[in-house]
Design a protein around this ligand. Structure first.
Ligand SMILES: *[C@@H]1O[C@H](CO)[C@@H](O)[C@H](O)[C@H]1NC(C)=O
Ligand SMILES: *[C@@H]1O[C@H](CO)[C@@H](O)[C@H](O)[C@H]1NC(C)=O
Length: 433
């Protein structure tokens, strides 16, 4: 049976937090909702029903979509040929010359069929994108929720190219149908536009992204640094983007095979010239390889039991014909002792893949032992009284301390289930419908 994994990994957008206020007291009930590419799929998150009250100003700002100007002329187009877009919220006061850029995630498409269905979705066409999105967590303008970056200029760049902002195929026709594989050009054109809007005068800048956008952050980190003034402080952060090249429960390298297809389809080999030619082309797309060349300081923020990776890399449905992982895949508390042992092995592989990163003094790490995916864009996980903590630090505190060089940050959590502050997701269906 062919592996059928990541056709649509969740974007951070898919883990959106909905706040419902209960009266003036500001008590908040929150539920994560995960939308899928074609259809909306609700995740049930009973855990969050019993949440602690948050600050009364918890309701996130809505920020409008800006479509890239002269997109066609630049050939910087979404999969379907529409203009790409981004959401920009201007900074203020002490943050007016500071910029935080977030690259949206949402999996990859590996062949013309899956890219064609993406063309008819928010992940492949700006015709379908929301005209406004919520800025929460690391993008929040509320100081209580986002102590270090609240007054910065903040930009969320929408993901619509299917290959982590990396493709640059000139030909618009693939087997007689129009497909635009132009992620690299989208990245460059959006950066050009933002530079003109003030980014070129940045005193400090932070490139971030989650999931496929986290991978894009690794890929573009040094290029981003090079665009900015030499004296500026520039760093990067990848959230939930450390995808592992591991064998799944049936000894297949499902994600490597998937990445090989993406690399071939969008001709990404040219982008990864440093990657050894003896390797399978798919291997070059893994963070473990990409980070080898990065010279700019990067913060690696990842759960040790990334829920998306458990569902699509470690225990994909296609590798589990007996459905023995069905419950564990949806709810880590339902894993059997044998399954937990495999999950601990997965955590070990993550630590092993990060061995060199741990030695880099100027890189930051926050690996919590939670079953979740993308934690920076929800105020609940980023910085709240009930946020997951490692060594008693929230992600906002750890990332802020690292960005501003207040201390060296390498927060490594103990093994599941040791951390009672985790928000472990409970799914009614896997990320992919
Ligand atoms: C285009 O079509 C040919 C013949 O049907 C097929 O072999 C090839 O794989 C297709 N190309 C892509 C990128 O799907
Ligand atoms: C953990 O941090 C909070 C502040 O964020 C502090 O009030 C508390 O005392 C700390 N707990 C420990 C055990 O250090």
């Amino acid at each position: 049976m062919p592996p059928s994994p990541a056709a649509c990994a969740p974007a951070s957008r898919h883990l959106r937090l909905w706040w419902r206020r209960r009266g003036r007291a500001g008590a908040v009930a929150a539920t994560f909702a995960a939308a899928l590419v074609a259809a909306a799929l609700l995740l049930s998150l009973s855990y969050f029903a019993s949440l602690v009250p948050l600050s009364p100003n918890a309701s996130p700002a809505l920020v409008g979509l800006t479509l890239l100007r002269r997109a066609e002329e630049k050939g910087a187009l979404c999969l379907d040929g529409s203009a790409p877009g981004y959401h920009l919220q201007r900074g203020s006061g002490g943050g007016s010359r500071s910029w935080l850029i977030h690259l949206e995630g949402g999996g990859w498409c590996r062949n013309l069929k899956s890219c064609a269905s993406r063309q008819k979705s928010i992940l492949g066409s700006s015709h379908y994108m929301e005209r406004q999105v919520e800025f929460a967590g690391m993008l929040s303008d509320d100081e209580d929720q986002n102590p270090d970056f609240h007054n910065w200029n903040k930009v969320k760049i929408r993901y619509c190219d299917g290959a982590s902002f990396s493709g640059n195929v000139k030909d618009e026709l693939q087997n007689g149908t129009k497909f635009f594989f132009r992620g690299q050009r989208i990245w460059e054109a959006v950066m050009d536009e933002l530079l003109l809007k003030g980014l070129r005068h940045a005193k400090q800048a932070f490139l971030t992204g989650c999931s496929a956008g986290g991978l894009a952050t690794y890929i573009h980190c040094d290029g981003f640094r090079a665009l900015l003034p030499k004296e500026s402080r520039v760093k990067c952060l990848a959230d939930g983007g450390f995808f592992l090249d591991v064998e799944d429960i049936s000894k297949q390298r499902t994600l490597r095979a998937f990445y090989s297809d993406v690399v071939r389809l969008q001709d990404l080999k040219r982008k990864f010239l440093g990657c050894s030619s003896s390797m399978d082309p798919g291997q070059c797309f893994f963070p473990r390889e990409v980070v080898k060349d990065i010279r700019t300081p990067v913060f690696v923020l990842n759960p040790a039991y990334d829920a998306w990776q458990v569902q699509h890399v470690l225990a994909p449905e296609a590798s589990d014909p007996q459905h023995s992982w069905q419950d564990c895949r949806l709810d880590i508390s339902k894993c059997s002792p044998d399954q937990l042992e495999i999950l601990q092995g997965f955590r070990e592989e993550l630590h092993d893949a990060m061995r060199e990163i741990k030695q880099k003094k100027d890189w930051g790490i926050f690996i919590n032992s939670c079953f979740i995916h993308c934690q920076t864009l929800s105020s609940l996980t980023w910085h709240s009284p009930s946020s997951p903590r490692v060594n008693n630090k929230t992600m906002a505190e750890a990332v802020g301390d690292w960005f501003f060089d207040r201390r060296e940050v390498k927060e490594l959590d103990c093994e599941y289930p040791c951390n009672p502050t985790c928000h472990n997701l409970v799914f009614s269906k896997p990320f992919k419908g």
